[in-house]
Design a protein. Structure first.
Length: 169
């Protein structure tokens, strides 16, 4: 299933909001390998995840990798800030350069259409719901969701799978 064609938060487009409130058409990422992750600023896993995501992004951004970070406050209220506060935190503390999007919900009735789609795959041991902050999805260049990783999975352990999709041996 191709996420670039299958979900539409607005009836005729693949639009999401970035952290500045601007529409972003997700089709701009066609041809890129994506890591899509729900993030939080006050989680015990924040430092390690942002550090590792930054390492991957720096190493592979010019080789076709994009990381899409979606703040979410559904787990322990660990992302309580406004979009401006989140951006300030991520840019100041971690110097992250990958895109940060509008705060969303990933579970429940108000879950983002993107996350409803991401969770719709047959994930075996995973339940439908996202378990906690920093759950990761790996998407290939054609928009196919190819893998899902637990929040506790180190971002660096995804590198091997990601390199295959980037066709880096």
């Amino acid at each position: 299933m191709n996420w670039l064609k299958c979900w539409t938060p607005k009836a005729t487009s693949n639009l999401v909001l970035d952290a500045m409130g601007k529409d972003v058409d997700l089709s701009i990422y066609k041809g890129k390998v994506l890591i899509i992750v729900n993030v939080a600023s006050k989680c015990g896993m924040t430092n390690s995840n942002y550090t590792e995501l930054n390492q991957l992004y720096e190493k592979y951004k010019n080789k076709g990798l994009e990381i899409l970070a979606f703040p979410c406050n559904q787990f322990g209220e660990e992302e309580p800030g406004t979009n401006d506060q989140i951006l300030d935190f991520v840019c100041t503390r971690f110097k992250s350069e990958f895109p940060i999007f509008d705060k969303i919900e990933v579970n429940g009735e108000n879950a983002s259409p993107l996350y409803k789609f991401l969770k719709s795959g047959n994930w075996g041991i995973f339940s439908d719901d996202i378990q906690w902050n920093f759950a990761k999805f790996l998407v290939d260049k054609n928009g196919q969701v190819v893998d899902r990783y637990y929040p506790t999975t180190s971002s660096l352990t995804i590198e091997r799978d990601m390199k295959k999709l980037l066709e880096i041996i």
